[in-house]
Design a protein around this ligand. Structure first.
Ligand code: CTP
Length: 414
């Protein structure tokens, strides 16, 4: 009994509640310890006794326990993960805005957001309503794990998106989320700090024109999101990343924006020492314009202009001068030819702990595309190739590999 994972189910007033007893039965069979909290409306759809008999725990329906303790705090303490199902438009909007006016909402407020798994289910038009979409977006940013409803036959008698997924889908979604979190908790990386750079720097020619590169920042942003999910304390330095991409960052990530390579160097240098690991995903311009103009270059001046380019500092090489032994430095190698040898040379020359090789000559992966395919070369000699996948999935795999290679039980492996 002691080692069972404790799930608290928060049941709301939606017709899809009829699927929940079977979900709970399956999870109990699979050795989870389950408690149930219900809203008033949920009880109109189903009798609470169904759940007390199934779970062998009294079902909680109000804030006061009649024994001097306060239910919502007691239940929150006994919750490893909260499952909100079916999540109605009402409950989504309340929890997105911090409203706590019944036993379900007060208890949820007393549980950390990254322990919450939520299953929206409602009428299709309600689900697509901008208010609900905005509130779901807020929850996502706060690290709630959200399972999208299915398209299918709704209680209204027609097909639409809003249907609670089926038993197997719900159960495997819950288990997958718990498995991911459990791996991370075991490895106790929760106190570890990681600095990630993303995007591409710009070097100005005059006050409005610049030399830039094609990096969108997608890879770095995804790495930051996955590192945050894994439990790292993440600081992201973003160089010229589109605001739509920055908008998807969870609020738990500290964001710093820069434009030029020099600004990136100065921010990275000052933050590096406060971090356990650096992942240098930004595409840094290797040169800048020496004779940069502080005003807008006029057409007449353009007839005869020569730009003199001078070298920018190499940030990774600069950081080597201040790096402490227990800090981990991971870089990227953006290559177009002789890719493996070039990546390996960078690993050695820049004294990195690992380098992630990205073949930027391919248009289906690399700069600006949504997919990537990479090989990671570790200092230990280990090489791992990741098949082409979305940048989100590649980022997750990279973070998992980094954790396995460098962190175990909260300490560095090598
Ligand atoms: N990098 C850096 N400072 C620079 C240039 C690159 O810290 N001035 C980092 C990048 O963020 C990346 C790694 O070094 O993690 C390799 O970058 P890449 O552009 O592949 O190579 P360069 O070092 O610039 O060398 P080259 O352009 O000759 O391939």
């Amino acid at each position: 009994m002691q080692n069972k994972i404790k799930l608290t189910f928060f049941l709301c007033g939606g017709i899809a509640i009829y699927k929940v007893p079977n979900v709970i039965r399956k999870l109990i069979k699979d050795n989870f310890d389950i408690r149930v909290v219900m809203t008033q409306t949920a009880q109109k759809f189903m009798n609470k006794e169904i759940f007390s008999v199934l779970t062998k725990h009294p079902v909680v329906v109000n804030n006061f326990a009649n024994n001097g303790s306060v239910n919502h705090i007691e239940i929150a303490k006994k919750t490893d993960f909260a499952v909100i199902i079916p999540a109605t438009a009402n409950i989504i909007s309340k929890i997105a805005n911090g409203i706590a006016d019944d036993i379900v909402t007060t208890t949820l407020l007393a549980i950390k957001d990254d322990k919450k798994i939520i299953f929206p289910a409602m009428n299709d038009v309600m689900y697509e309503n901008i208010v609900i979409q905005e509130n779901l977006h807020k929850l996502k940013q706060r690290n709630f794990k959200i399972m999208e409803p299915n398209y299918g036959f709704l209680a209204e008698g027609y097909d639409g998106k809003g249907r609670l997924p089926n038993l197997e889908e719900i159960v495997s979604f819950i288990k997958e989320e718990i498995k991911n979190k459990a791996i991370y908790q075991q490895q106790s990386i929760l106190e570890k700090r990681v600095l990630i750079t993303a995007g591409g720097t710009r070097e100005f020619i005059d006050s409005v024109r610049f030399i830039g590169n094609q990096s969108s920042g997608k890879m770095g942003i995804n790495l930051a999101i996955q590192a945050d999910k894994a439990g790292f304390n993440v600081t992201l330095i973003a160089a010229n990343v589109d605001s739509n991409l920055l908008d998807i960052l969870p609020k738990t990530i500290t964001l710093i924006e820069v434009i030029t390579a020099e600004e990136l160097l100065s921010k990275t240098k000052s933050l590096f020492l406060h971090n356990d690991m650096l992942i240098m995903a930004a595409a840094v311009a290797d040169f800048k314009v020496e004779n940069k103009l502080n005003h807008k270059l006029k057409k007449e001046e353009l007839n005869d202009i020569t730009l003199k380019l001078i070298k920018n500092p190499d940030i990774l090489l600069e950081l080597q001068k201040i790096k402490k032994r227990n800090q981990i430095v991971i870089g990227f190698a953006a290559e177009t030819n002789d890719v493996v040898n070039n990546a390996k040379s960078k690993l050695k020359n820049k004294k990195m702990d690992a380098v992630i090789l990205n073949d930027v000559s391919r248009i289906d992966i690399g700069f600006n595309s949504n997919d990537n395919e990479v090989t990671i070369f570790f200092k230990s000699g280990k090489e791992i190739s990741l098949e082409k996948n979305s940048k989100e999935k590649i980022a997750k795999q990279i973070i998992d590999l980094i954790i396995r290679e460098f962190f175990k039980n909260g300490t560095r492996n090598n």
